[in-house]
Design a binder for this molecule. Structure first.
Ligand SMILES: CSCC[C@H](NC=O)C(=O)N[C@@H](CO)C(=O)O
Length: 689
């Protein structure tokens, strides 16, 4: 909070004007990991309150929020997910950070303690929480007596009531285990055994203590899903795509299929296969679909398929092989949530509301679809509760917050925790459609200052998201990274800027043709044209000072900022590049260890031609580089190498480096510092002197 005293001696009056800083725009606790009790009588979630992460709980009938843990301060230790026990009396939470390739758990606050991921247990009757085991991804056995979890790619099992420090690996297996799922009768634990270019669905027989792979293949067998009666196990078979470079387009491949294993005979059959061509690829970089198969009470299977340019839901009746299209319309289904009632799925989507997220109910008997959310808002993470729903909701002027609706009455959970000094005078974004030089249409949001004067000429900023499998929405995003960057664009607007947020090709939300544009990324960087279109759109506006247009962005957005400052320095003023990629051939091996550029010369040549470093000699505009040096997504060396080249060619380079910080900053103070530095750097070159 900054107080400016302007004493208008002339007026003999004294008044105070408050301008709120970026810290206030980032001050609302950010909610994640909504989950509901198995009986639908309670919910829990995590609040990240300016870096202080804690577990919250609310139960029927009044859903009064209660804080269950008492972690203090901005410590940079992640918290979540949350898992209710089968009887709803215990809540597990995971606290800690992942390890980098050197086996070091992230620790951006330099805490003198081990920050590895650990599982904790909260007794919901006493509120007492205690350490349970090292590891992550815990699930309860159907009888609630045991907890299976993952540690270092292996499967462990521990009695839920065991308070000792003993840990026991459940079974020995090659490969990396994931996707744990108990059979309804608790006899089997199904899992995926990942092995670089293929994977098996494995079964551990908890009675016989035997490990089997009922049906091994050359493909990726994954996403095991038990039938309600436990007699069948369905899973996907996804053919490997050899030498598919990450961050390049893929629209067709050897079609994926659905198989069902009969547990009694341990014989499996194919029940459905995608058609060749469109929809034949089961993409794995969609952000939120963690499962891929859902059984109906009548024994049909629900699955996602991108047959009609949109990732949407279909059903297959394994007996009749009849396929039904369940979610028609223009838009994608992004998340599917099961329900304790077992007779519905709750889906998060943008069908018919392309620049927001809606929640709908899919009835598993009639396949009727019912919209549950307010179309003027952004909604995600829905969970069924008794006589109602719990979910997260945001809007253009309010960041994400946990909501509950029971008996038709809707309220914000823990409303008293929403900061009273959260900025109120925000700008309502206007959706804009752009056309690039190659005719490709992209989309964006325009923000005008609250005291907008059409006769003035404003400096402008363009925010470029990362991913690139992301979509910026007409409001605060459902991910904290982009909720914060949306807040920063609102701050620019409050400081007299026209702000623009671009959804460039290769992002999600606008269909496969938009997401898989042929020449995007390391296959030609065609999305740079969309950034140029955004700059040309702003420069053509009478209310924009075209000499003061500045791009900024993180990761893939840093990559695009570097591209346009290299390729068209004349269009731009200055830029801010936050942990950006500058040479695909350096960073892609982080995502594809098999990729050795020297072994794929043609691919490497195109990837370099699609990198900012290919154009860097034209770079003139001042730039601020921001990066954490324990970044596991974009190598810190990407910023080190760029700074060296730019300094040699006399470009003004400023830097903000966070020791031991990772890609999506764990420390709230790093978010505040990074976005304050972004504003101050651009404003230093943009505001009237
Ligand atoms: C080699 S580009 C990597 C970009 C990166 N993708 C995955 O990590 C990225 O942009 N990540 C974030 C932004 O921080 C994202 O939005 O996914």
């Amino acid at each position: 909070m900054r107080k400016i005293l302007l004493t208008a001696y002339f007026l003999g009056v004294t008044f105070f004007a408050y301008t709120q800083g970026i810290a206030e725009y980032l001050s609302a606790p950010f909610p994640t990991y909504m989950t509901a009790a198995p009986d639908g009588k309670a919910v829990a979630w995590v609040f990240n309150d300016q870096g202080e992460r804690n577990v919250f709980y609310a139960k029927a009938p009044d859903y009064q929020a209660k804080k269950l843990t008492d972690y203090k301060g901005d410590q940079g230790i992640d918290l979540g997910p949350l898992v209710f026990s089968t009887d709803g009396k215990t809540l597990l939470f995971v606290r800690g950070n992942g390890r980098n390739p050197n086996g070091e758990p992230a620790n951006p606050a330099q805490l003198q303690e081990n920050t590895d991921k650990k599982i904790f247990k909260i007794d919901l009757e006493t509120g007492k929480s205690s350490w349970f085991a090292p590891g992550a991804s815990p699930i309860f056995s159907p009888d609630g007596k045991d907890i299976a979890y993952l540690l270092g790619g292996a499967v462990y099992l521990k009695a839920a009531s065991d308070t000792t420090e003993s840990v026991a690996q459940l079974f020995k297996a090659r490969g990396s285990a994931s996707m744990l799922s108990f059979s309804p009768d608790g006899k089997y634990l199904a899992f995926m055994s990942g092995r670089s270019d293929h994977s098996f669905v494995g079964l551990w027989d908890l009675e016989k203590k035997e490990l089997t792979y009922p049906e091994a293949s050359l493909d990726f067998d994954a996403y095991p899903a038990w039938s309600p009666d436990g007699k069948k196990l369905a899973y996907l078979r996804i053919p490997n795509i050899l030498n598919l470079l990450p961050f390049t387009s893929i629209t067709e491949a050897n079609p994926w299929s659905i198989r069902i294993l009969d547990i009694a005979t341990m014989k499996a059959e194919e029940v459905w296969k995608a058609d060749p061509g469109r929809g034949s690829v089961m993409v794995d970089d969609l952000p939120a679909i963690s499962e891929r198969l859902w059984w109906t009470p009548s024994g049909s299977l629900i699955f996602p398929w991108e047959k009609n340019n949109w990732m949407q839901l279909y059903s297959i009746n394994p007996k009749t092989k009849e396929v039904k299209h369940l979610t028609p319309g223009e838009g994608q289904v992004e998340w599917v949530q099961t329900s304790f009632t077992k007779n519905e799925l709750l889906i998060t989507h943008n069908i018919g509301n392309i620049d927001r997220r809606q929640v709908s109910r899919l009835d598993l008997s009639t396949f009727e679809l019912e919209l549950l959310s307010d179309p003027q808002t952004i909604n995600w993470s829905p969970f069924r509760i008794e006589n109602g729903l719990a979910w997260f909701q945001s809007n253009w002027n309010r960041p994400g917050w946990p909501m509950v609706q029971t008996y038709g009455q809707t309220k914000a959970l823990a409303a008293e925790l929403f900061p009273t000094n959260f900025p109120k005078n925000l700008s309502k974004p206007e959706p804009i459609t752009l056309k690039a030089r190659d005719g490709f249409e992209s989309y964006g949001q325009l923000f005008l200052p609250s005291d907008y004067d059409p006769n003035k000429k404003y400096p402008a900023v363009i925010f470029l998201h990362g991913g690139s499998r992301r979509q910026m929405l007409l409001g605060f995003n459902y991910g904290m990274y982009y909720s914060h960057t949306y807040a920063a664009q609102q701050y620019f607007t409050s400081q007299g800027y026209i702000a623009f947020i671009l959804n460039y090709r290769s992002g999600i939300g606008y269909g496969m043709d938009f997401r898989e544009e042929e020449n995007y990324g390391a296959g030609g960087a065609s999305e740079v044209q969309d950034v140029m279109a955004a700059a040309d759109y702003l420069a053509a506006r009478s209310d924009v000072d075209k000499s003061k247009i500045s791009p900024w962005g993180g990761s893939y957005g840093g990559f695009l900022t570097a591209h346009v400052l290299s390729q068209a320095p004349e269009k731009f003023n200055v830029g801010v590049d936050i942990h950006g990629v500058h040479n695909w051939n350096n960073d892609i091996p982080v995502f594809a260890p098999w990729y050795k550029p020297e072994k794929f010369p043609e691919m490497a040549a195109l990837a370099f031609q699609s990198s900012p470093m290919n154009f860097v000699k034209n770079w003139k505009d001042p730039v601020l580089l921001i990066h954490g040096d324990d970044d596991r997504n974009v190598l810190f060396s990407e910023s080190v190498e760029l700074a060296e080249v730019l300094r040699k060619q006399g470009v003004h380079v400023e830097q903000l480096i966070f020791p031991d910080e990772i890609h999506s900053f764990l420390l709230h103070r790093h978010w505040v510092k990074a976005l304050e530095a972004t504003f101050n750097f651009i404003d230093n070159y943009s505001s009237e002197k």
